[in-house]
Design a protein around this ligand. Structure first.
Ligand code: AMP
Length: 282
């Protein structure tokens, strides 16, 4: 079944305790698409500026990622993010976020993509995420992600968007930030009250927890020996998860559990190198 992702495609600067790398490909939709494309074809909708490195499209060459919805907007600048990891690579801070083209009118979903049944709203402004939902004709499963920035600056909009999705994938620290609750399960349950049928709480090296109204499922992370750069792990997890669901065309809890295992394996590859280079190598 067709799988669509919207979100950011951008340029990242990443600092880990061992190395700093400037100007590498990144963005929530970018990481998702590369990961998901290992399992199923993906339709990508995002906008970048005219400063975007010309070799971007080459990165997608040979992959089943349909870039019809990737707009290169003249006169605009690409989204940029600078993140820094602490000695504990589960923790990071955003040093700088330049929204640039993300703060402008969002790219439209191409007509040929509006029949997508599986939709992932990767990180971007929650109002933009809701605008995308309105353009999809008959979605079977809409899952969203979010980030500390949007919880801090667009909390009400985020809560409104949560009322229009089937599921949400969030970091443990973000569930706490959104609900002001310290423990993961109560905070995920509080998020269910906003509307979604399930919450997947991503917990870094501690795995992921699925919370529905009547089930709780804990899944360990796939053990990785080489953690080079955790950036994109969450998006890659979601990419593997959503691509599995789209490929089996199921949305029940049993399928979700298998999908999370796919996501965990793919995320473990993502973190073996900067950007999505390890996933690209396959
Ligand atoms: P993850 O490590 O899975 O949370 O995703 C990191 C990616 O998200 C990076 O490649 C960034 O470019 C992108 N990103 C960072 N901040 C934001 C934001 N506020 N909205 C959308 N994407 C973001």
């Amino acid at each position: 079944m067709p799988l669509l992702v919207t979100g950011t495609v951008g340029i990242d600067t990443v600092e880990t305790p061992l190395k700093r790398v400037d100007d590498i490909l990144g963005g929530s939709a970018f990481h998702f698409a590369i990961a998901a494309s290992l399992v199923a074809p993906v339709r990508l909708v995002a906008a970048v500026g005219e400063d975007f490195p010309p070799d971007l499209k080459k990165f997608f060459d040979g992959s089943p990622i349909d870039t019809t919805g990737l707009e290169i907007r003249r006169g605009s600048k690409t989204f940029r993010w600078h993140g820094k990891y602490f000695d504990d690579m589960n923790q990071r801070e955003s040093i700088r976020t330049d929204l640039n083209v993300i703060a402008e009118t969002p790219p439209p979903i191409p007509d040929g993509f509006r029949d997508s049944e599986y939709v992932f709203l990767a990180n971007t402004h929650p109002d933009v995420q809701r605008g995308f939902i309105e353009q999809i004709r008959k979605p079977k499963l809409i899952v969203m992600d979010t980030m500390d920035l949007w919880i801090n600056i667009a909390r009400e909009e985020l809560i409104r968007t949560l009322g229009h999705v089937h599921g949400v994938v969030m970091n443990d620290s973000e569930t706490r930030l959104l609900t002001n609750l310290r423990d993961i399960i109560p905070s995920a349950r509080a998020i269910l009250e906003f509307g979604p049928q399930f919450v997947v709480v991503k917990r870094g090296e501690h795995g992921a927890t699925l919370v529905t109204r009547d089930e709780l499922v804990a899944l360990p992370a796939y053990p990785t020996t080489t953690v080079v750069d955790p950036t994109g792990a969450g998006d890659s997890f979601a990419g593997g998860m959503m691509a599995y669901l789209a490929s089996v065309n199921r949305t029940d809890t049993a399928a979700l559990k298998a999908a999370m295992a796919h996501g965990a394996c793919i995320a473990s590859i993502c973190i073996e190198d900067f950007s999505s280079f390890a996933l690209k190598r396959g």
